[in-house]
Every structure is written in structure tokens, then in C-alpha cells.
Design a protein around this ligand. Structure first.
Ligand SMILES: [Zn+2]
Length: 267
């Protein structure tokens, strides 16, 4: 761009603004360390239920356990909108219950495959929300071509084959392999899975993938989606995934839940 005198305008380097924004967000945005891991999992279940992720008993939210090969998972039989922090069971690598009352969802086995394949992952969220489910029926990958969905830019795998209900080892192996080094995956004829280092990131990925799928279905119905510039896409991906705004977004959705569902924090 040029000034009226024809000379090019000088812009400060974008990195300068990025550094300042990051420092200010770290100092000012809400933090999430007042909640324990299982309380965060329960808050995740409740915020996802409010966004329409509930599909009867389908979907699971899990966290890697402290001992190798273990994970925390909500007892089977509850809808997302019912789950409390005290409903999480500690299970071993064969879904035997080590702590808590009840049983794990038999379809939880594929989470164990993800934890085994990805030492960087501590939380897995898997749901069947309507727009993701509709997109998963078209056999096309998720397209991240909007600023608000850039966390999926080059960071959402696609499993284009449905292996049936994921109750066995074959399905777990297939899903973990298709996920590769990404943090989200669209599962054909099934739903979505988010795998992240923190509960906050897995939760926000699950919230936003439903929004991304909804936008994609609307855009595809109206015309041809224009891909975004890869450099800008990667830049926006990294910006959206900074822990400070991610945690603040989690806090925002948690506040909405806690207005009338504070019981979800009971352990
Ligand atoms: Zn499922």
C-alpha cells in the first residue's frame, strides 16, 4: 500500500504485535487451574452437550491416567449433560475398572490406541455432533478456509473408511494410524475425535470442529470453497492454538455451564 505521496507505508513487523498480544493475554486472560483434570472433563461434557454434541450415550471424553496404560473415562450409561467429575472411572489397558463404580463404554478401546501411539496426548474427546456427522457422510475431508476454524488448518486428518463400531483392536489401530501426528480427525460415517496435550485444547477443538463442519456444509451448498494461503493458514493455526486464548475460551464456556450446572464439579 502507498501513502498519498506515492511512498510505501511502513508497517511494524507482525511478530512485534504477536509478542505483545501474547504477553498481554498471559497477564490478563482467565486461567483454568482452579479445576482438577476430572472437573475439566465434566465441564467439557456439559459444554459439548450444550452445543448439541450429545447423541444418547455415544461419545467419550477421556484423560490419560497417572500409571502407564491407564485412563480416566466416564462410566457408561450417562449422557454428556449428566456427567459429573465423580463419574469418571480409572481403567486399565483392557478397560477393567481400577477405581470407581460401573463400566467403561466398550467403544472406548480406541482411545487407548491413541494414547499408546501419541505420548504427547493427555486428553481425547470423541463425539457425533450433527454437522460433523453430516459432513462425515459425504466422504470429503474437513476444509479449514476461515479464520475462526484455522486451528484445523493442516491439522485435521480424515479416515475415509468406516470400520464399524470401534469396540475392537482393529478399529483402534486404524483410527490411531489415520490420526498420525494431527490433533483432530474426521471419521467417515461416524464423527470427530480431538487428541491434545490438555483438556482445554481437546475441548475447544471439539467445540470448533462442529462449527467448522457447519460452515463447510453451508459454503459447499452455495459454491466452491476458496482455499486460504498456506502461510496465512499456518500462521492463523498457531495463533488460534496459543494456550492463553484457548484456556480463556474454555473458561468462557465453563462459566456458561456453571451458571446453573455447578453440580458437574462434584467429585
Ligand atoms: Zn463414536
Amino acid at each position: 500500500m502507498a501513502n498519498g505521496d506515492g511512498k510505501p507505508r511502513k508497517h511494524a513487523a507482525k511478530e512485534t504485535f504477536d509478542k505483545r498480544a501474547t504477553a498481554e493475554m498471559a497477564a490478563n486472560l482467565a486461567k483454568t487451574d482452579q479445576w482438577g483434570a476430572r472437573q475439566k472433563l465434566a465441564l467439557t461434557a456439559r459444554m459439548l452437550a450444550r452445543e448439541g454434541h450429545g447423541a444418547a450415550l455415544a461419545g467419550q471424553i477421556t484423560h490419560r491416567g497417572e500409571a502407564p496404560g491407564t485412563m480416566w473415562t466416564a462410566r457408561f450409561g450417562l449422557g454428556l449433560e449428566e456427567i459429573r467429575a465423580g463419574d469418571f472411572l480409572l481403567v486399565d489397558a483392557d478397560l477393567n475398572v481400577l477405581q470407581g463404580q460401573g463400566m467403561a463404554n466398550p467403544s472406548n478401546r480406541f482411545h487407548l490406541w491413541v494414547y499408546r501411539a501419541r505420548p504427547d496426548v493427555n486428553c481425547v474427546v470423541h463425539t457425533h455432533p450433527p454437522h460433523v456427522s453430516a459432513l462425515s457422510m459425504l466422504g470429503v475431508p474437513l476444509v479449514a478456509a476461515h479464520m475462526d476454524t484455522a486451528m484445523f488448518y493442516d491439522d485435521c486428518a480424515h479416515l475415509d473408511y468406516w470400520p464399524g463400531p470401534p469396540i475392537g483392536d482393529e478399529e483402534g489401530d486404524l483410527i490411531a494410524s489415520a490420526l498420525g501426528d494431527k490433533n483432530s480427525i474426521l471419521l467417515a460415517s461416524h464423527g470427530q475425535l480431538a487428541a491434545a496435550a490438555t483438556v482445554e485444547e481437546a475441548a475447544m477443538r471439539s467445540m470448533f470442529i462442529e462449527y467448522a463442519a457447519r460452515l463447510q456444509l453451508m459454503a459447499q451448498a452455495a459454491g466452491t470453497i476458496q482455499e486460504i494461503d498456506p502461510k496465512r493458514g499456518r500462521e492463523a493455526h498457531d495463533y488460534r492454538l496459543k494456550p492463553e486464548p484457548l484456556n480463556a475460551s474454555f473458561h468462557y464456556y465453563a462459566r456458561r455451564v456453571l451458571i446453573d450446572e455447578a453440580d458437574c464439579l462434584e467429585e
